[in-house]
Design a protein around this ligand. Structure first.
Ligand code: FCB
Length: 440
């Protein structure tokens, strides 16, 4: 495997998944507090109340990053620590936490990549219709303004949103994520998607103004679609799935419009799209962040309401999330995004796998399958770079085992094993492998 000398090697986390300390130093409630405390929403009723206790252990956790030999760290900022009710007056204690973290990272020679929104909307904003309200874009821009003024002298890499697809569909149609809306029509998810585009555009404008020279991007979860057979019905179904999952998010930010085949599919459910909206969303970006975990194999299914497709599970290896291990999908995806959208730079902002881990008596975790997953996906990255993709870095998901949303603590993605009974961290074999590659 070949990587350029200036390749960015990183690990990623998100605030609600690791921080804990949910009532400390003036943090306001977020929709994930509300959701995880609602019976039946998360496995075993798990919550992020304590999580990895990173809010208190951040210094040690920087030490963990150093031991991984990474030169970058992607974390997210909890909006409700900065603005406890989402808008109005900032909370200095909340800002201080991230300020100290950033100083510590820089001292350790680790470049911070800050994500503004990784799903923990302030509850007060939710009470005012959350992502369903068009003017949430102004609130998001205000938050971006406050935090970029506070950290922008030291944080030079910014990400607006993590995975708008998940925010829209898991949160506002399937009900699996906060705020837990279930709907039988896609109208709400499409409204949310549109408002996320507006919020993204407004935040980029603010960041550009406040931070000349900073690198600004966004993060999409892309899922390459493969037809189950070469029958035209299956190929068309795969195209619809691709429109639903990938193009609905790529086209507005890179081309300034929604894909025409999909606006036709969604015709009766579309939100109001005002003139100029998608010009606002299509702002030049310095990079696109891609989160890649698996692929989708799609067949036509006329009985299936909505887009008329079904996902099939081919023979193969599946992770503890029941996601197929398919590194070729990462290569194909990188080539395709480069060809069709040509982002200036690309980062893999998340990639990793969950497996059932066992901690030995001597404090080791022999997670061969996670190591193999990492190796095969890094190999796909290296091939894409050789073929001309401007891939500038790779962030492993995740630094630590953590609160995996609706799955609670049952799914372990970390390069470090966390014993949640006592918060001890142990470097897994996959982490040792990653440290060797990152440290070369
Ligand atoms: C992504 C999320 C991340 C983590 C991984 C497994 O969708 O961005 O927080 O949960 O999946």
């Amino acid at each position: 495997m070949q990587f350029p000398d200036d390749f960015v090697w990183g690990a990623a986390t998100a605030a609600y998944q690791i921080e804990g300390a949910v009532t400390e130093d003036g943090r306001g409630t977020s929709i994930w507090d509300t959701f995880s405390h609602t019976p039946g929403k998360t496995l075993n009723g798990d919550t992020g109340d304590i999580a990895c206790d990173h809010y208190h252990r951040w210094r040690d956790d920087i030490g963990l990053l150093k031991a991984l030999n990474v030169n970058a760290y992607r974390f997210s900022i909890a909006w409700s620590r900065i603005l406890p009710v989402g808008r109005g007056k900032p909370n200095p204690a909340g800002i201080d936490f991230y300020s100290r973290l950033v100083d510590g990272l820089l001292e350790a020679g680790i470049t911070p990549f800050a994500t503004l929104y990784h799903w923990d909307l302030p509850q007060a904003i939710q009470d005012d219709d959350g992502w369903m309200r068009r003017t949430i874009a102004d609130d998001f821009a205000h938050y971006a303004d406050v935090i970029s003024r506070a950290l922008g002298d030291r944080v030079r890499h910014w990400i607006t949103l993590n995975e708008p697809w998940v925010i829209a569909w898991a949160g506002h149609m399937f009900g699996e994520h906060a705020p837990g809306h279930r709907a039988s029509s896609p109208a709400a998810a499409l409204t949310v998607s549109h408002n996320l585009n507006l919020a993204h555009g407004s935040a980029v404008a603010v960041l550009r103004q406040n931070l000349p020279g900073a690198k600004i991007g966004t993060v999409l979860n892309l899922n390459p679609a493969y037809p189950a057979t070469n029958k035209s019905a299956d190929m068309e179904a795969a195209t619809r799935f691709d429109g639903f999952w990938n193009r609905w998010y790529l086209d507005p930010i890179f081309r300034g419009h929604y894909p025409a085949d999909m606006t036709e599919q969604y015709a009766e459910f579309l939100p109001e799209i005002r003139p100029g909206d998608l010009d606002r969303a299509r702002v030049p970006l310095d990079f696109l962040g891609i989160n890649y975990y698996s692929r989708a194999v799609i067949q036509d299914d006329a009985d299936n309401a909505g887009l008329g497709y079904a996902m099939v599970s081919p023979e193969g290896e599946y992770t503890d999330m029941r996601w197929e291990v398919y590194p070729q999908g990462l290569f194909d995806l990188l080539m395709r995004v480069h060809r069709d959208y040509a982002p200036r730079e690309i980062y893999i902002t998340e990639n990793g796998s969950a497996w059932v881990d066992t901690l030995t008596e001597t404090g080791e975790v022999h997670d061969e399958r996670r190591t193999a997953y990492l190796a095969s996906h890094l190999e796909a990255c290296s091939r894409a770079i050789a073929d001309g993709v401007p891939l500038k870095g790779y962030f492993a998901w995740s630094l630590l085992d953590n609160f995996e949303w609706a799955f609670g603590y049952s799914k372990r993605f970390g390069l470090y094993y966390v014993d949640f009974a006592n918060q001890q961290r142990y470097l897994k074999d996959s982490g040792k492998y990653f440290a060797r590659i990152a440290g070369r």
